[in-house]
Ligand binder design. Sequence first.
Ligand SMILES: [Zn+2]
Length: 137
Amino acid sequence: MKYCPHCGAEIADDVRFCPTCGKETVVVVADTNPQFDPQDVADNKMLAMLGYLTMGVLPMLGARNSAYAMHHTNQALWIFIGSLLCGLVCIVPILGWIVAGVGGIFLFVCEIIGIVRALNGSGKYLPFVKGLPVIIK
Ligand SMILES: [Zn+2]
């Protein structure tokens, strides 16, 4: 059972339109990705992008006060932690190698996505970073 977001009537899970008020019952999930000051983005997107290539070192040195750069630095650090974990599971023969291989490819793709988003001024979370603790604010 779920409830109609418009009138609160109890409705079956598979019903798309509320039988009581007739409105659509699909709830649009609010965008929870952080928003950043356009000036901050414009000033710091190069450093934000370089964070992915330097494990966050350059933005930490050059844009420590930029919320935008630190957002991307946080993601870059999680990619780095992920790659350390991939290195660690390599200890386990075969299964560990497979996990590390798949994980490594996934992290590489995430890094590319992060770089593109950093340059485009997007603060959208990488698929695996959302929900993880913020390492650096
Ligand atoms: Zn309703």
